[in-house]
Design a protein around this ligand. Structure first.
Ligand code: ACM
Length: 379
């Protein structure tokens, strides 16, 4: 998974990543196209999404330090900002070409439009898409913004418009609809959200997301696509559309819950969050925190927590880009750990011992360097 929302990555570098994936036989690029800090998908029906939502005025400097505390507003801190506008987006033609190039290389591009949270650019571009309209800018800091989508018929119509355009561009059988980290503070305080929840006969606003995800899931099913979501999508029950669950919040619990419910799972545990450094040394570049080493990653067992092996679709590494502003830095965080992910995926429990994997790495890294892709040194 590549996050192009927090920092925009030029399309040529995305294509370069596809070349690397093909070399390693990584076969799905999950493209996280939208988040609080930027909207990167050109929409012909909602043009302000890119006119307004693709750009932020400036970016927080360093680590704001409140990432995991959703009760604090990301911009209510004594942060400093760099004063430098940042943004960009992909045209539909650019994305169609990416899909075609990737297909030729054996890589399928799975788009993600994150809904109904992580939608601050939507609120900035179209204030009426909140239950209670308010003037807001595109996010400038990291963390989870509490301003989310209204999930009534107006919000649904917006999402199906966007997904309709997404389906015209991407041929992936799987379409990711996000679903992670959608705070309900705003809905709890909103007469509009409360009225909507009462009209639906729900047990309160906390059930609105489930209702909404079911509507979106059945829309995608009606268009012959399979919805995929972060593991929050089953917190209030299984939504319609036979969704695939991306298990991210825990080592095993989310995968167990999803497979017990008879759902397909993609494993994306904290160890595979490559925005965390590949070690804990002082000399690591600024990252969200210290993370798993190459050896730790290679030892990962994707069947951990899976109660029915046939339900495991694969494993996925995450390249969230808050602290990854350039392609060069992306390669440093991704490689060589992504090589380990590919080998786990293809060889599973039959993969060679770690020393053998290490001994085979130099020519594989050289092939990446030939593509213009660097990597973290092996030692
Ligand atoms: C996630 O890391 N918010 C899926």
């Amino acid at each position: 998974m590549l996050d192009v929302a927090r920092h925009f990555l030029p399309i040529g570098e995305v294509r370069r990543l596809v070349e690397a994936m093909s070399l390693l036989r990584l076969n799905v690029l999950h493209l996280h196209l939208t988040d609080d800090q930027g909207w990167r998908f050109e929409s012909k029906t909602w043009p302000r999404l890119t006119e307004v939502g693709a750009w932020r005025d400036e970016t927080v400097v360093g680590r704001p330090g409140n990432y995991h505390d959703q009760t604090l507003h990301p911009e209510n801190h004594l942060n400093s900002y760099d004063g430098v506008p940042h943004g960009g987006y992909y045209t539909q033609d650019e994305l169609r070409e990416l899909v075609a190039v990737a297909r030729h290389r054996g890589v399928s591009v799975m788009p993600e439009i994150d809904m109904p949270g992580h939608m601050r650019p939507v609120r900035a571009a179209y204030p009426e898409l909140g239950y209670e309209p308010a003037p807001l800018g595109v996010g400038r800091s990291w963390g989870v913004y509490p301003e989310v989508l209204r999930v009534d018929d107006v919000g649904l119509a917006f999402c199906t418009d966007i997904l309709g355009e997404v389906l015209d561009v991407f041929d992936s059988p799987y379409v990711h609809i996000g679903g992670d980290e959608c705070p309900v503070f705003e809905w709890e305080a909103s007469p509009g959200a409360q009225a909507h929840s009462r009209a639906l006969g729900l047990d309160g606003v906390t059930q609105l997301q489930h209702w909404f995800t079911s509507r979106i899931g059945s829309y995608l099913a009606s268009r012959s696509r399979r919805p995929v979501g972060w593991d929050e999508i089953i917190d209030e029950g299984v939504p319609e559309g036979d969704p695939v669950v991306v298990a991210w919040r825990s080592w095993t619990e989310a995968a167990t819950r999803a497979t017990r419910a008879g759902l397909d799972v993609i494993q994306a545990p904290p160890l595979l969050y490559f925005d965390y450094a590949a070690g804990s040394g002082e000399d690591e570049p600024l990252a969200i925190g210290p993370g798993g080493t190459l050896a730790d990653v290679y030892a990962y067992d994707p069947y951990a927590g899976i109660v029915d092996d046939s339900r495991l679709l694969g494993l996925q590494a995450q390249l969230w880009s808050e602290y990854i502003p350039t392609a060069q830095h992306l390669w440093y965080m991704a490689f060589p750990r992504l090589v380990a992910v590919a080998d786990i995926g293809w060889y599973g429990a039959d993969r060679p011992p770690y020393e053998e994997f290490l001994a085979g790495l130099p020519p594989r890294l050289e092939a990446l360097r030939d593509l213009g892709i660097g990597h973290r040194p092996l030692s």
